[in-house]
Design a protein around this ligand. Structure first.
Ligand SMILES: NC(=O)c1ccc[n+]([C@@H]2O[C@H](COP(=O)([O-])OP(=O)(O)OC[C@H]3O[C@@H](n4cnc5c(N)ncnc54)[C@H](O)[C@@H]3O)[C@@H](O)[C@H]2O)c1
Length: 334
């Protein structure tokens, strides 16, 4: 298939796009380029990647594609807090706009990168795709609104799907150190301690970015009845962990102590998730990574390439671009 991947130069996209190429699909990227130059190790683009904003795409831009994989977003809680209006402009209305122009252009499938963050503060039971949502951040709220707006466009020739990814981890040429496993590894690598900002009691589902990429591939290639207008939680039941247990796994790899930041309290983002639906309905999706393997991968590459935490922290890079007057308050290039 000919697939447009938005956000292809981001953390997940930089791993997902090569996997789609390997699987034999034709890939074109579309990215605003906010993180261009923030590379971790060698990074080569072996396909066309357009520089542009999802909010300004037209049906002409989307003509000829069979599918869109929509990753582009303000993609974590801290940047989402910076300016909630901007988060909604990109993550909800921008996503719906891209879906709308894709449908007008005759694109058949639209795979939206949603997030388990929309479950927010979920209590003790593992949430399924049918559970109530309870987001605790503008980021989580924006993902719910996006799903709702995109779902209105579903019809017999336009099939959206919503992949609610767990918290990602793992190495990428566009590494991020602002997500829990990567953050704890980067801290251990640099300071020799595994420092928790919270008390570590919150539950968090985790998934390696290569497995997220495999899930998108499975949904792209699934029968239409399986994926049409469907949400799938993407992760592994075995990797729903308490943050404290993640810290202990990193500490074991680095032989480093676990320490707590002054005043570390509970994290309100606390949810356990069931991944049974994807496991049952997407037989082509079989996660291959485990958290200890991912920690090993990160430790190896961080030792080889070095890790500057600021360079791989999204909030820091966005603030650098806005403070320097290069992006406006809605994160559009000036
Ligand atoms: N990383 C995670 O833990 C995680 C978990 C669940 C869901 N997700 C979702 O997966 C998707 C990809 O996440 P990521 O971690 O790769 O994010 P990322 O921030 O690393 O990459 C996002 C990319 O999108 C681009 N982008 C942002 N706004 C754009 C716009 N308006 N037009 C064009 N390009 C734009 C950025 O330049 C960047 O390269 C996001 O939708 C995110 O919400 C991520």
């Amino acid at each position: 298939m000919k697939v447009l991947i938005s956000g292809d130069r981001g953390y997940i996209g930089a791993v997902l796009a090569p996997l789609f190429l390997q699987a034999g699909h034709e890939v074109v990227g579309l990215d605003a380029g906010w993180y261009d130059g923030c590379d971790f190790g060698p990074y080569r683009l072996d396909y066309e990647s357009r520089t542009g904003d999802i909010r300004y795409q037209t049906p002409e831009d989307l003509r000829g594609f069979d599918a869109v994989v929509h990753l582009a977003a303000i993609s974590n809680d801290p940047i989402g807090h910076l300016n909630p209006e901007t988060t909604f402009s990109v993550n909800a209305h921008g996503a719906a706009h891209l879906a709308e122009v894709a449908r007008t252009a005759g694109v058949g499938r639209f795979l939206f990168s949603s997030s388990c963050s929309l479950y927010g503060a979920a209590g003790d039971a593992a949430v399924t795709e049918e559970s109530a949502t309870n987001p605790v951040t503008p980021y989580g709220e924006s993902k719910i609104l996006a799903e709702q707006l995109i779902a209105k466009l579903a019809d017999e020739s336009f099939s959206p799907a919503y992949l609610r990814n767990a918290t990602a981890y793992g190495a990428s040429p566009r590494l991020r150190t602002d997500i829990v496993v990567n953050n704890l590894c980067a801290g251990a690598q640099r300071s020799g301690e595994v420092r928790l900002a919270s008390d570590g009691t919150a539950w968090r589902p985790l998934v390696h970015i290569e497995d997220i990429s495999r899930a998108f591939l499975a949904v792209l290639e699934a029968d239409r009845e399986v994926m049409h207008d469907q949400a799938f939680n993407i992760g592994r039941d075995e990797d729903v962990m308490q943050v404290r247990a993640i810290a202990e796994a990193v500490a074991a790899r680095y032989d480093a102590p676990v320490t707590f930041a002054a005043g570390a309290g509970a994290d309100t983002r606390d949810y356990r998730v069931s991944f049974a639906k994807a496991s049952e309905q997407l037989p082509a999706f079989r996660p291959q990574w485990t958290v200890p393997l991912g920690i090993e991968q990160l430790a190896g590459q961080m030792a080889a390439y070095g890790v500057e935490i600021e360079r791989f922290t999204r909030l820091h890079q966005i603030q650098r671009l806005t403070d320097g007057g290069r992006l406006d308050e809605l994160l559009r290039w000036r």
